[in-house]
Design a binder for this molecule. Structure first.
Ligand code: HH2
Length: 257
């Protein structure tokens, strides 16, 4: 899943794809590189991000959705009913919902849904995330939401542990180490680690976290790790690099080993 943020403030690609023609070109490029899905977002969910109106989100994403949908699968990364409905009408066939609350919209349209775990909201989620057992709590939440979505009639439901959404670095690493348990629960799993801030603080020798564009190796390593745990899809900014890394270990090429 290639990330395409049509926003001024996303933590990694903010401001790069605000121009619709530039965004469409990047989407086509990621499809040519081998992305199975382009995930288009018009509102940043980074910690402390400022919410935008549905009208502004639609203005950002709809022309891009419409232009890319004939060329490959498009996912709409939104938490708003109105934006999801408009994007589906424009050709998207997957709703990627970080609030895990849009099952009705996906069911009504007969399209796929990603349900993601988040503790809190993007505005407050990193203030003091707390868990007794992060793996059990995230799994229980995802299983309940996925089962409910299937009961509501959603034909395809992905679950996503929400790396970085209301989690300290230790929570993220624990979830990554236990991905196989989420996979064993039976729903297809999506994971997004790409360039996230916890990757910038893994090096024990560094005092300052590495800058966002200097997290390539960590992003690739965690993507390959997730694939080897059995996840069905990883969400990545660097599509070409992720596919290349995956192919080294036999993923995405029919399984070399
Ligand atoms: N991460 C981000 C946004 N949407 N959706 C899913 N399902 N899983 C994720 O891990 C996930 C997501 C955050 O990354 P990004 O879109 O690059 O940044 P921003 O939210 O600042 O636009």
């Amino acid at each position: 899943m290639g990330v395409l943020n049509v926003t001024p403030d996303s933590f990694s690609d903010g401001g790069r794809y605000l121009d619709h023609d530039v965004a469409i070109a990047r989407g086509l490029e990621m499809l040519a590189e081998g992305a199975a899905v382009i995930d288009i977002g018009g509102e940043s969910s980074r910690p402390g991000a400022k919410p935008v109106t549905a009208a502004e989100e639609c203005r950002r994403v709809l022309p891009v959705v419409e232009a890319l949908a004939p060329h490959g699968r498009v996912s709409i990364d939104t938490a708003k009913v109105a934006v999801a409905e408009a994007a589906l009408a424009a050709g998207a066939t997957l709703v990627n919902d970080i609030t895990a609350s849009l099952a009705e919209v996906a069911a009504a349209a007969g399209v796929g849904l990603v349900v993601m775990h988040m503790q809190g909201t993007p505005q407050d989620m990193q203030r003091s995330p707390r868990y007794t057992d992060v793996v059990a709590e995230v799994r229980d939440f995802l299983l309940a939401r996925a089962d409910k979505a299937l009961t509501q009639g959603v034909p395809e439901v992905w679950v996503d542990p929400g790396i970085g959404f209301g989690k300290y670095p230790g929570h993220n690493l624990t979830l990554l180490c236990h991905l196989h348990q989420l996979v064993a629960d039976g729903h297809p799993v999506l994971v997004g680690t790409s360039r996230k801030s916890f990757l910038g603080s893994l090096d024990p020798v560094r005092v300052e976290p590495s800058p966002v564009h200097d997290r390539t190796e960590e992003s690739l390593a965690t993507a390959v790790w997730a694939m080897s745990a059995g996840v069905g899809m990883v969400r990545a900014h660097d599509v070409a690099g992720t596919i290349q890394a995956a192919q080294v270990v036999g993923y995405g090429s029919g399984g070399r080993w």
